[in-house]
Design a protein around this ligand. Structure first.
Ligand SMILES: CC(C)(COP(=O)(O)OP(=O)(O)OC[C@H]1O[C@@H](n2cnc3c(N)ncnc32)[C@H](O)[C@@H]1OP(=O)(O)O)[C@@H](O)C(=O)NCCC(=O)NCCS
Length: 181
């Protein structure tokens, strides 16, 4: 997999068309219009001091996937970044999600050497993403009940996964102590 930084504003139109080219039910505003997307792009949602974005390429498709890192400004306040990851339908189930998260984890820990952790969330029923988290050494740390409103009026649970730098370095898993009460 090759990784290329998103080039804005040159690729604004291309990015909005790419996002509109298929549904993303596990992302906020799954039905966003082109105008809304272009507005978000202009506001720095994909690239700013707080955000970075990258295309994920295969030999056959220069835009097979896309990843956005956010909450980078929080690092200065002892916070940590989060991310969202998208692989086009045609390329799913072939290991790209796993490779992308492995790359991303390395990129973040190497770029911000004082950072101790990074994290991501997804919806309870996103089994593919949950599997990718576990395969990449992320541990479930949070479970938010009825937290994620869906287009059909339901409210599903959100799950939160994180990886510690020390686990990334050692390949070990530090378990959560759930029995502390
Ligand atoms: C979630 C997503 C990023 C995973 O990427 P992917 O390239 O399909 O995942 P991989 O091919 O690397 O698969 C990793 C593992 O997940 C498993 N997996 C894939 N799809 C699955 C599914 N629907 N249910 C359960 N497991 C699944 C694979 O079998 C593999 O596990 P294995 O190695 O033990 O067999 C991708 O499906 C996607 O972009 N989905 C839509 C957007 C999205 O949901 N993004 C996450 C929002 S936070």
């Amino acid at each position: 997999m090759q990784i290329t930084p998103l080039n804005l504003p040159a690729e604004a139109e291309q990015l909005s068309q790419w996002l509109l080219s298929e549904p993303w039910p596990f992302h906020g505003q799954p039905q966003a219009s082109e105008t809304q997307l272009l507005e978000k792009i202009a506001q720095g949602y994909f690239f700013s001091s707080n955000h970075q974005s990258f295309w994920l390429a295969t030999d056959q498709d220069a835009q097979a996937g896309f990843v956005r890192i956010f909450d980078l400004d929080d690092i200065a306040d002892d916070g940590y970044p989060m991310f969202d990851l998208r692989i086009r339908q045609v390329w799913r189930g072939q290991g790209l999600g796993r490779q992308a998260l492995q790359w991303l984890t390395r990129y973040v820990f190497e770029t911000w050497p004082a950072l101790d952790r990074m994290a991501g969330t997804t919806r309870l029923d996103n089994h593919a993403m949950r599997r990718v988290f576990r395969l990449c050494g992320y541990v479930k740390e949070g479970h938010y009940r009825q937290d994620w409103p869906t287009a059909d009026g339901l409210c599903l649970d959100t799950v939160h996964y994180a990886i510690l730098r020390q686990d990334w370095l050692t390949g070990q898993i530090t378990p959560v102590n759930w029995l502390d009460e």
